[in-house]
Structure formats: structure tokens, C-alpha cells
Design a protein around this ligand. Structure first.
Ligand SMILES: Nc1ncnc2c1ncn2[C@@H]1O[C@H](COP(=O)(O)OP(=O)(O)O)[C@@H](O)[C@H]1O
Ligand SMILES: [Mg+2]
Length: 270
């Protein structure tokens, strides 16, 4: 019988049961501007966590660090217990080789505020591109999977359209399908409805509600749609100037926030 090991909050060593994401003493500076300073939090497997807080509080930076679009200034990020970009070797902090980074990074998908579809490709090609070239799927398989996903997001009849022929809401639903096509374990959503006309927001949120209901994908969500956040998330973290100043269930956060900054922020956005 293998001896049971206690979950290791530092995320050291790969494990099947520990947290999905661990941020440990994370620091991020842009020049002299310290955006995140000694940030620590973890996200469980299948957990959906919403990040709220004023503009400039570091929410996007956290998602971009996880997506390895920004380089950590200090600290460590672990995914499934494995270091994402930097590892501890004794007392030393060692940067991982790019091959090691991309293997883990592949488990993470992101949808941005601006849809970022490839403008010169059809909807279908947008979705099949990475599964074919990164995951090595056959064209037929990638195509069949993409059509299933387009069906899920209500756009099966637009497979041959080009992004410019779609509304912002439709483009965003394609972007969600494209992220899901990579079968991510972690999905990062950065204000995915903020650039949309109000009447297009509902369909996009409905697609995400379905993803939340029908999958066990771990989600980190930045949104100002508080009803949506309340419906889909297990936990809400309130950020201010790069620090978590309050952490609660959505029920508590949105009805009885403790911190004065949280009360002010929620009053302003609700
Ligand atoms: N690429 C960058 N270069 C310089 N400063 C940046 C960059 N990205 C973000 N910042 C700064 O980091 C801080 C946090 O930004 P951000 O993570 O976008 O906050 P939020 O998403 O909460 O609005 C801001 O002060 C912003 O100006
Ligand atoms: Mg942001």
C-alpha cells in the first residue's frame, strides 16, 4: 500500500490531489511599479474563483502570469504541483526551460476582453488551428470537435464565416470555443463581456454558465457581472493594489462584505 501523503500547500512535487493552482510569494513589477507583492493564494481542482477589484489592482496581470504572457519578477506559480516557469532548487530560484514551460502551459486556456480571433481565418480554422498544430489532432478529428463546440456555443451555422462577419458577442463565443478546443484544465476569463454591447452580453454569459455546469474545468474569472459571478463561482477574491483584501463565498461577498474598500467598490459597480 502506498502511504498517503498530506497535501503540500507549497505545491512542491507533482500530485493528483493537491490544488490546481498555487501562487506562492508572487511578485510582479513593471519597471519600478510593483503591481503584485508577495501574493499567495491557491485554487482547487474544479473550483471557480472570481477576482474583483478596482481597475489597476492587478487582476489581468495575475491571469497573464498564469498564461506565461508576463514573466514573474519573484516567487513561484505551481500548476498541479508542478512549477510553471520558475522552480526552487534548494535556496535557488531557477527559471525553467521553455520546453518545460509549454508542456504545463498547454493545460491553460484564456479568453480576453478583446476577442483576439485570427482575422484571416474562418471561424472553423480559428478553432482547429491549435488542436492540429499543438495537440497533433487529425484535421478530420479537429473539425468534428470544432463543430461540436460551435454547436455548444450556438454558432454551428457560422463555421465558414470570417470573424469580421460576426457580432462581438458571436466572436467572443468563438473565442470560448477555441479555448475549449484545447481541452484546458484551467480556463482564464478576463472581462470577456466588457467590450460588448449590452444586448450581446447575455448569450456569452449563458455559454459560460453552461461550461461551468457541464465541465469540471477550473476557472479564474475577472468580471464586473456580479450576478454571473455569484451564480458560477465558489469563491470571490477582492483585490486592491495587488493584495487580496477580502475573500468570501459569493453570497457573503455580495451581500455582506466586511472591508470598507469592498463595500465602496461593490456600491460603485452594482
Ligand atoms: N505591460 C505593462 N507595462 C507596464 N505596466 C503595466 C503593464 N500591464 C499592467 N501594468 C500596470 O500594472 C497595474 C495592474 O494592471 P492590471 O493587472 O491590468 O490591473 P486590472 O486588470 O486589475 O485593471 C497597473 O498599474 C498597470 O498600469
Ligand atoms: Mg484588467
Amino acid at each position: 500500500m502506498p502511504t498517503e501523503t498530506a497535501p503540500d500547500p507549497t505545491g512542491a512535487g507533482s500530485s493528483e490531489t493537491g490544488p490546481r493552482i498555487v501562487m506562492e510569494n508572487v511578485r510582479k513589477q513593471f519597471g519600478k511599479n510593483v503591481v503584485l507583492d508577495d501574493l499567495n493564494f491557491s485554487v482547487d481542482r474544479g473550483e471557480r474563483v472570481t477576482l474583483i477589484g478596482p481597475s489597476g489592482s492587478g487582476k489581468t496581470t495575475i491571469l497573464r502570469l498564469l498564461m506565461t504572457l508576463e514573466e514573474l519578477t519573484g516567487g513561484y506559480i505551481y500548476v498541479d504541483g508542478e512549477p510553471l516557469t520558475h522552480a526552487k532548487r534548494g535556496e535557488r530560484r531557477v527559471k525553467l526551460r521553455s520546453g518545460e514551460v509549454s508542456r504545463i502551459r498547454r493545460r491553460i486556456g484564456m479568453v480576453f476582453q478583446q476577442f483576439n480571433l485570427f482575422p484571416n481565418m474562418s471561424v472553423l480554422e480559428n478553432i482547429t488551428e491549435a488542436p492540429i498544430h499543438v495537440l497533433g489532432r487529425s484535421k478530420d478529428q479537429a473539425r468534428a470537435d470544432a463543430l461540436d463546440l460551435l454547436d455548444q456555443v450556438g454558432l454551428k451555422d457560422r463555421a465558414q464565416a470570417h470573424p469580421t462577419q460576426l457580432s462581438g458577442g458571436q466572436q467572443q463565443r468563438v473565442a470560448i470555443a477555441r479555448a475549449l478546443a484545447m481541452e484546458p484544465e484551467i480556463l482564464l476569463l478576463d472581462e470577456v463581456t466588457s467590450a460588448l454591447d449590452p444586448e450581446l452580453v447575455g448569450d456569452v454569459l449563458q455559454v459560460l454558465r453552461d461550461v461551468a455546469r457541464n465541465t469540471d474545468i477550473t476557472m479564474l474569472i475577472v468580471t464586473h457581472e456580479m450576478q454571473f459571478a455569484q451564480d458560477v463561482s465558489h469563491r470571490v477574491l477582492m483585490f486592491d493594489q495587488g493584495h487580496i483584501i477580502e475573500e468570501a463565498s459569493p453570497q457573503v461577498m455580495f451581500t455582506a462584505p466586511q472591508h470598507e474598500r469592498t463595500q465602496q467598490f461593490l456600491q460603485a459597480v452594482l
